[in-house]
Design a protein around this ligand. Structure first.
Ligand code: NAI
Length: 462
């Protein structure tokens, strides 16, 4: 039995970041992880592998759509699916080994195996029980399926199966027009698969700015994705060689179906806490399965903390990382803080979609007075040079004080552009502050500045 100051259960972005920060703060730290490699869902079967496939298929799409326009003739690119999968594998292992290196560098002990909490202050891994002054639950989440759907990870798959299909399917039905559905749907549409996305709500990407969602759907449709909106999926019938997705249109209850070689179920994720023994340890669980925590990420049991997808809030790797760092500070007797009002969200399609802060829809509900500055990438020389003039930046500021309340971007490198606004929001900046900041020309970032100018006396290139 080994004694630690902190044992973190789970080696994903929340857990490994927490463990490294604990060690940096002088705490004797272990991290329990049962997978063969560190990095959790994000590095092994989520954010990172999907970005590899998005990158490869984006370039494929470019050769088809834009190469000849630039005078690059005769690029008849063929897809070697096995090689693309191997590239994805290299990207994963490069990243997961990097975390192993960081653990060694920071003297974090990797306890290999699945952990449980037999009692407060104890973590069991395999047959060994270790003691810890503080335990952090960072066990993440797992896909949430629907009744009537049996996932086999072969032809009816979650994101995990979709990342590793044995061959490129001819047709795919994606259930759920959220982040996973649209990222993976884009990958396969670019590879030539006929992709149909079936979504319960009347718009794609729930919670996103309405104008961005509309524009995003139009652009994805042009890229070949088909959409059936307002449709509640009832079940999937499996037969050899094809699956039938049954759905009901919400407006009139008519039933319809779609056939496809592969069905991707992307209807959300749920906290993963099975096998931890939380109930026996007295850790309170909320009705929707999340571990209940206080403002300092402590659960109902003193000395047991929880972060990331296992607790409330958006299921995002960077939110988990921030909580991991903050709870490490708390455990070390310092002050940890996460600003939940400034957590960006990004969809890594082409164009990218990014957002931070409030949407117009939410501000209307709240009855707040706001103003909007919008700027189209059509007025941005750099974006036009790379055929990405579609899309826009929409900056929202308080009508009276001009303080930035939110930003919603669809366009090139939106996932990077958004951080300028995040920093501005962290400093309580006004739209005018952004507008008065010199932005290099020609960059995509100029579109953010123009949107800020549009909140005041007007954009220049609109
Ligand atoms: P999601 O919550 O983003 O989207 C699920 C969609 O499924 C919703 O639009 C919902 O209305 C729809 N839906 C639910 N039941 C349905 C039914 N019966 N019929 C038709 N549609 C139905 O969930 P998703 O895409 O599975 O992602 C899971 C989590 O992973 C999310 O929290 C997401 O933020 C995170 N994630 C983040 C990524 C990123 O930051 N780029 C990438 C991938 C995942």
């Amino acid at each position: 039995m080994a004694e630690f100051d902190v044992i973190v259960i789970g080696g994903g972005p929340g857990g490994y970041v927490c463990a490294i920060r604990c060690a940096q703060l002088g705490l004797k730290t272990a991290c329990v992880e049962g997978r063969e490699s560190l990095g959790g869902t994000c590095l092994n079967v989520g954010c990172i592998p999907s970005k590899a496939l998005l990158n490869a298929t984006h370039h494929l799409h470019e050769t088809h759509e834009n190469f000849e326009k630039m005078g690059l003739m005769g690029a008849k690119v063929k897809v070697d699916w096995a090689k693309m999968q191997a590239y994805k594998g290299d990207v994963i292992s490069g990243n997961t080994k990097g975390i192993e290196f960081l653990f060694k560098k920071n003297k974090v002990t990797w306890l290999k195996g699945w952990g449980s909490i037999p009692a407060a202050g104890q973590v069991k891994v395999g047959d060994e029980v270790h003691s810890a002054k503080a335990i952090v639950i960072a066990t993440g989440s797992e896909p949430a399926s629907l009744p009537g759907i049996e996932i086999d990870e072969e032809t009816v798959v979650t994101s995990t199966g979709a990342l590793a299909l044995p061959k490129i399917p001819k047709s795919m039905v994606v259930i759920g027009a959220g982040v996973i559905g649209l990222e993976m749907g884009s990958v396969y549409a670019r590879l030539g698969t006929q992709v149909t996305v079936v979504e319960y709500l009347d718009a794609i990407t729930p919670g996103m700015d309405g104008e961005v969602a509309k524009s995003f759907q139009r652009i994805l449709s042009k890229q070949g994705l088909k959409f059936v909106l307002g449709a509640a999926v009832q079940g999937v019938d499996k037969a050899k060689g094809k699956n039938t997705v049954r759905y009901k249109l919400r407006k009139d209850d008519t039933e319809a179906y779609l056939e496809a070689e592969v069905v991707l179920v992307a209807t959300g994720r749920k906290p993963y806490t099975a096998g931890l023994g939380l109930e026996a340890a007295g850790v309170e669980i909320l009705p929707r399965g999340q571990v209940k925590t206080d403002a300092h990420w402590q659960t109902s049991v003193p000395g047991i903390y929880a972060i990331g997808d296992a607790i409330t809030g958006p299921m995002l790797a960077h939110k988990a990382e921030d909580e991991g760092m903050a709870v490490a500070e708390v455990i070390a007797g310092k002050h940890g803080h996460v600003n939940y009002d400034v957590i960006p969200g990004v969809i890594y399609t082409t164009p990218e979609v990014a957002s931070v802060g409030k949407t117009e829809e939410v501000l209307k509900q709240e009855g707040r007075a706001y103003k909007v500055g919008k700027f189209s990438f059509m007025g941005n020389g750099r974006a036009k040079a790379v055929f990405q003039g579609e899309g826009f930046v929409k900056l929202i500021a308080d009508k009276e004080t001009d303080r930035i309340l939110g930003c919603h971007i669809i366009g090139p490198a939106a996932g990077d552009l958004i951080h300028e606004v995040c920093v501005a929001m962290e400093f309580g900046a006004s739209a005018q502050d952004l507008a008065l900041t010199c932005h290099a020309h020609p960059t995509y970032s100029e579109a953010v500045r123009e949107a800020a100018l549009a909140c005041g006396d007007g954009a220049i290139h609109a």
